[in-house]
Design a protein around this ligand. Structure first.
Ligand SMILES: Cc1cc2nc3c(=O)[nH]c(=O)nc-3n(C[C@H](O)[C@H](O)[C@H](O)COP(=O)(O)O)c2cc1C
Length: 149
């Protein structure tokens, strides 16, 4: 499952409500500029479908971005109304796509995909940094002093 909040006035929301599908496309570090650009303009005024190469799969109404290293097509399972501004779309990930160049031993490799995040309080983009340990692993053994209840 995957969820995100989008302002109800966005063009994106109209399409998602109509088709009950959406896609999430994770850009890579050399796409910061174009990613920012599409977040500054609206599909109400500009045809954003021409900026990237679209492709479709099972859901047929969730265009994905060929230039992005990771694409997820999602079926809406719930729309949560959160007051006057935003609605939260909760989607089931139906399928995930990447290219061979982003795989290691047949699995998605984040060090090859090089995604980035945005820090909202100061409006800056950041890369994800270095590997810090195994999930569901590094915490093992650190609770030796915990007292059982
Ligand atoms: C870095 C960045 C992050 C953004 N995050 C969100 C967000 O989480 N929710 C949202 O509603 N809009 C967000 N926006 C604004 C929308 O991307 C922007 O209003 C966009 O033009 C809406 O396009 P549309 O009208 O075609 O849907 C973000 C914009 C930028 C640049």
């Amino acid at each position: 499952m995957l969820a995100f909040a989008s302002h109800r006035t966005h063009y994106t929301n109209i399409g998602i409500r109509e088709h009950r599908t959406f896609s999430v496309n994770i850009p890579t570090d050399n796409q910061v500029e174009v990613t920012d650009h599409i977040g500054l303009i609206s599909g109400k005024n500009v045809d954003k479908s021409k900026i990237f190469t679209s492709f479709y799969d099972t859901l047929a109404t969730a265009p994905m971005i060929r230039e992005c290293p990771l694409n997820m097509e999602c079926r809406v399972v719930q729309v949560v109304d959160v007051g006057a501004s935003h609605e939260i779309f909760v989607g089931e990930i139906v399928d995930t796509f990447t290219s061979k160049g982003f795989l290691t031993n047949g699995l998605p490799d984040i060090s090859k995909m090089k995604p980035f995040v945005v820090s909202m309080h100061d409006n800056n983009y950041w890369g994800i940094g270095k590997h810090m340990g195994r999930a569901w692993g590094v915490g093992k053994g650190s609770g030796k002093k915990d007292t059982d209840k």
